[in-house]
Design a protein around this ligand. Structure first.
Ligand code: MTE
Ligand code: MO
Length: 160
């Protein structure tokens, strides 16, 4: 059986990671967040906590920005690490099955209490779907989230 790499974690880390679904599913229970509807009633499934990935990868203290990259639709966010460190998570399965693309899968980043899109550094747009690459950087990295209402509406239009 092929178990493709779903998520790479690199940048300002001691141990770059390349994780498959099996790797995510077999991670320490302490890194798991079971049933994310407890954090946000609009969301379902199981997740790996951002803190878990940071620990596994050995994130350096010099890492200040969290880069969330989706090569599927070329969508990228780079957000300050500190405000999301304890509350961010990566949803990767629903009832034991990999997250489907229409659910933002195979892996989607999520912060439960986000600001409205393009109102803040940590906004709903930072809940990057189809994340395949997590990159820790010392400075802000690639970020092409919408900057105004028009860009944001266009993004939503394209998704329908
Ligand atoms: N890869 C990717 N992630 C994305 C987007 C996108 O266009 N591509 N849109 C963002 C925006 S603007 C919003 S409002 C939310 C929507 O997430 P939902 O479809 O799960 O409600 O995803 C965010 N994450
Ligand atoms: Mo949005």
């Amino acid at each position: 059986m092929i178990d493709p790499i779903l998520l790479k974690v690199d940048g300002d880390v001691e141990r770059p990671l390349q994780l498959t679904f099996f790797d995510l599913a077999s991670m320490d229970e302490a890194f798991h967040l079971r049933d994310v509807s407890r954090m946000d009633p609009k969301r379902v499934g199981d997740a790996i906590q951002l803190t878990g990935l940071l620990e596994l990868a050995g994130a350096r203290s010099s890492a200040k920005y969290l880069g969330l990259h989706s090569s599927l639709d070329d969508f990228h966010a780079s957000i300050p690490l500190e405000p999301v460190r304890e509350r961010g998570f990566f949803i990767y399965q629903i009832e034991g099955n990999p997250l489907q693309e229409k659910q933002g899968g195979p892996v989607r980043f999520y912060i439960p209490d986000f600001a409205a899109c393009h109102t803040d550094e940590v906004d709903e747009c930072a809940n990057v779907k189809f994340v395949d690459h997590v990159e820790l950087t010392q400075e802000r990295g690639l970020d092409n989230r919408p900057e105004d209402d028009q860009e944001h509406e266009a993004l939503h239009r394209n998704q329908q």
